[in-house]
Unconditional design. Structure first.
Length: 371
């Protein structure tokens, strides 16, 4: 620790860090947290905000942020980066972002520990400063020329970025022209995280998703054709015992037609304060048991014809194997299909041989569910 001079040597940089802030939302996919992506708000909340299973943005109006405001936020991120890097140089670390840099800054001002903007940028730099996630729920809703201007400014200003991702709605993608999507991709947006949830039209209407399965296919295919890396999310048991088979079969049909790069499982858990939670409480929706969820999964996986990575990268995929460990590995890259399709089916079969009492039940999941 002989590198550490007195805090007075870095005071000017710490004081500037106290004055710099930018818009940071709450939600991001787990894979973006795992890679310590920079979180940057380009729109605020959700422009649809009617899905009966989602509580994330309820009570908060959608805000279309002006391009100049977003660019100013990007510039502030760069300014925070520069102040942190300057501290590294003064500590004799040659611009490297290490724990010593963070300790020195927090030692000079412990209140920065509660500064979400500083913490976000520091963690991003500490992880290599390579990935960014654009918030909130549907950034592609931005008018294409404006979104392109934001992406170009982002890529120019934060040149260390190698991957930029965002959430997108299938409906919005279906409405975009192919050349618009291609231009957005070429401007620097790499990956789209899309909440498919189900490919069953009856269930899509019931949960007020605001899209048809045909539009899901059109939007997903357009995104793939434009060169995006597409990550689709689906919800096992969203249809409950009433509609599990049609949910599984039609979800497989839609995902097979899209053939995205990633398919991510997010087993359905009713959230308090949502309309679908009331359906569950009033007995209009009956949730499946752990074995029944696995049987639904077997139907969906069995009918899935894709060259994608199928992932169970969330704690809600909580089935156990015979040894008491996770039935599926929960890394962000998952299982490569079709090569590992049989392996996944074998894992499902193993899960069905494990007593249901050894699996985590949905009622337990309701207390641990998080995004």
């Amino acid at each position: 620790m002989g590198l550490m001079p007195g805090y007075s040597n870095i005071r000017e940089h710490v004081e500037r860090l106290q004055t710099l802030s930018f818009e940071v939302g709450v939600y991001r996919p787990p894979s973006e947290g795992g890679s310590a992506s920079l979180l940057l708000r380009v729109t605020e909340n959700c422009p649809w905000n009617k899905c009966t299973f989602c509580e994330m943005y309820k009570g908060h109006p959608f805000v279309y942020r002006p391009v100049d405001d977003i660019k100013a936020d990007i510039d502030r991120v760069a300014a925070i980066r520069d102040e942190i890097t300057a501290v590294s140089w003064k500590l004799g670390l040659g611009g490297k972002i290490t724990r010593d840099v963070g300790a020195a800054i927090l030692g000079a001002d412990r209140y920065l520990r509660a500064n979400h903007c500083f913490i976000t940028v520091f963690n991003w730099l500490y992880a290599g400063g390579q990935t960014a996630f654009l918030q909130d729920a549907n950034s592609v809703i931005m008018r294409p020329p404006e979104f392109i201007a934001v992406l170009k400014h982002l890529r120019t200003t934060l040149s260390s970025l190698t991957r930029v991702t965002t959430y997108a709605r299938s409906k919005t993608l279906a409405q975009r022209k192919p050349d618009e999507l291609k231009a957005i991709r070429e401007a620097g947006l790499d990956r789209l995280h899309i909440g498919l949830e189900t490919g069953d039209d009856e269930l899509l209407e019931i949960v007020r998703k605001g899209v048809t399965s045909a539009e899901q296919i059109e939007g997903g295919q357009k995104a793939v054709a434009a060169g995006f890396q597409v990550s689709e999310y689906w919800m096992p048991d969203l249809g409950g015992r009433e509609r599990w088979r049609q949910h599984a079969e039609n979800t497989a049909r839609v995902l097979s037609a899209i053939n995205p790069h990633y398919i991510r499982s997010r087993p359905f858990v009713p959230r308090e304060g949502t309309p679908i939670f009331e359906d569950y409480k009033q007995g209009r929706l009956h949730l499946s048991s752990p074995h029944e969820r696995l049987e639904e999964l077997a139907v969906m996986i069995g009918a899935l014809e894709v060259t994608a990575k199928v992932c169970f990268d969330h704690a809600m995929n909580s089935w156990s194997d015979r040894r008491g460990g996770h039935l599926f590995h929960q890394d962000y890259e998952g299982y490569q299909f079709p090569e590992e399709k049989q392996l996944v089916l074998e894992r499902i079969h193993e899960g069905l041989t494990v007593a249901e009492s050894r699996h985590v039940d949905v009622k337990d999941l309701m207390s641990m569910a998080s995004l």
